[in-house]
Design a protein around this ligand. Structure first.
Ligand SMILES: [Zn+2]
Length: 513
């Protein structure tokens, strides 16, 4: 069996630019940035089709057999702007439109996509996708009927109505705040990305849904130099929201958080190595369980009998203090959508309840294979990809311990303030072994956070970690990221402050000796 490795990033620069360009048309670049962006304020062109045409496509998809047929239409309009070394360096405006047709027959999936949104092209895609089902029993499709669902994404000021000067002004505010924080901050860079993704979904079960999802990501990086070293701090903001996101999550605050990290880490000493207790601050640290526990709980892995949680449903797998949830309904969160990219309603799925494994995450295919409910985790990067099982907003549920008490009752160990995303984490879902690099970490001495340490890596097995959690704070918080599994998905990872007993820490001191 081949092992697949997953990684999660806190939105690194390269990935960010790729996303900006993804399937899009680069229209603008500095120095004519402003004038080029300005003429692009229009709403995305509609991908709407008469329902009768979509019925025809679904019928064609199932004409050779198969039990499930689907059409997915997508319309994405995006903008990305980069501010670096005090200058706006690039701007990309993208339009990406297309459709994918899928057929499921037994365990097989046929998928074909086109970026030509004509009925003829959709019918051709349906022909291609239908080959997978040749000779199998056909299910007669149900005629589609439009359905309305409540939305978990509220927008006050739609991105389509925002002048580009406003975007540049927000970037400038963050840039200036990072540099003003401390003279040791020598450089700041700001990546801004937003998009509006229109989706239309129709399938042979009679479902027809359409919606429009806005998304913003905003990344601040600040480089501090001093003490014969340098450190790049990083902070991200992301929501499905209109531009009002920045009233709530201030760009200056993000910049100061990032600059503070950069300056603090200039004082960092080499990290110790060995088995020690780890206290992880609330927020993005949840990426550790996203990676080490979340991926192995994905139904496609389970149906292939891959990973440490196969056959463990209903059994204790973690300490009773540990509850883990995937919830795609948290209002406006980065991992939230109204329904997944197969039309299954988003919901709160408790995966591990007080230490007992109670649910796997599924898409339509793995739910059928495992004979389990659909959990709303079928997602795709774009119309170019078929949906697969993905997480949404995944977190350790809050507990009752006070974060201050957790630290005070830990005589020695490592305090992890933030974990690195940037190629810093990976997990092998087959055996649950992971490693993560700490971006900002401190020694714990006599129940107190003391000197910052650099180069600390957390290494372990996911089952040991969730059995080793012995304190769970009441301060649940989240951070945004990109999850990679052959295709990208927008996610958040979250946790309250937690303590994990006895994790292996690979330190920079050990590496050097
Ligand atoms: Zn992931």
């Amino acid at each position: 069996m081949t092992n697949k490795f997953f990684s999660v990033d806190d939105i690194p620069r390269r990935r960010f630019l790729e996303l900006g360009i993804k399937g899009g048309i680069a229209l603008a670049a500095a120095p004519s940035l402003m004038s080029c962006l300005k003429r692009t304020g229009e709403a995305p062109p509609s991908a709407k089709f008469p329902l009768a045409d979509l019925n025809k496509v679904i019928q064609r998809a199932l004409s050779k057999g198969g039990e499930f047929g689907e059409v997915y239409l997508e319309n994405r309009v995006s903008r990305s702007v980069l501010l670096e070394e005090g200058k706006f360096k690039s701007a990309v405006y993208g339009i990406s439109r297309g459709a994918g047709v899928r057929v499921i027959s037994g365990d097989k999936t046929g998928y074909a996509y086109t970026d030509d949104l004509s009925v003829e092209s959709l019918l051709r895609a349906a022909d291609v996708a239908s080959y997978v089902a040749r000779g199998s029993k056909a299910v007669a499709p149900v005629d589609i009927k439009e359905e309305k669902r409540p939305s978990f994404v509220a927008v006050k000021v739609p991105l389509q109505t925002v002048a580009d000067e406003k975007r540049l002004e927000i970037m400038k505010r963050a840039h200036d705040a990072a540099l003003a924080h401390d003279p040791k901050v020598k450089m700041a860079s700001i990546d801004y990305y937003d998009e509006v993704r229109g989706r239309v979904l129709a399938n042979s079960e009679g479902l027809y849904l359409e919606d429009e999802l806005p998304l913003i990501f905003f990344i601040v990086q600040a480089l501090a130099v001093g003490n014969d070293t340098s450190h790049m701090g990083r902070e991200r903001l992301s929501r499905h929201a209109g531009i009002e996101m920045f009233d709530d999550l201030k760009p200056e605050d993000a910049a100061r958080t990032c600059a503070r990290e950069a300056v603090t880490m200039l004082e960092a000493k080499d990290a110790p190595a060995g088995k020690m207790d780890v206290v992880m601050q609330n927020g993005w640290g949840g990426v550790l369980v996203h990676e080490a526990v979340g991926h192995p709980l994905e139904g496609d892995n389970i149906s292939r009998e891959t990973g440490v949680f196969v056959g463990k449903l209903g059994k204790p797998v973690a300490t009773p203090k540990f509850t883990m949830v995937d919830d795609g309904t948290l209002p406006c969160y980065r991992g939230t959508t109204d329904y997944d990219d197969e039309g299954t309603q988003m919901k709160r799925n408790v995966l591990i309840q007080e230490g007992t494994l109670v649910k796997y995450m599924t898409d339509i295919l793995s739910a059928k294979q495992l004979k389990m409910e659909r959990t709303g985790n079928g997602r795709r990067e774009s119309f170019r990809y078929m949906p697969i099982v993905r997480m949404t907003n995944t977190f350790i549920e809050k507990g009752t311990d006070k974060p201050g008490d957790i630290l005070a009752s830990t005589p020695s160990g490592i305090y992890v303030q933030s974990l690195s995303g940037l190629s810093g984490g990976s997990v092998n879902p087959t055996d649950g072994v992971f490693n993560f690099t700490c971006r900002e970490a401190y020694l714990i001495e006599n129940g107190q956070k003391t000197v910052p340490v650099k180069g600390a890596t957390l290494i372990g097995n996911c089952l040991d970690v969730i059995k080793g959690v012995d304190a769970v704070g009441d301060d649940l918080d989240f951070g945004p990221g990109i999850c990679g599994k052959g295709q990208a998905a927008e996610v958040t990872a979250g946790q309250p402050t937690v303590r994990i007993r006895g994790i292996n820490v690979g330190g920079s001191r050990a590496r050097r000796s």
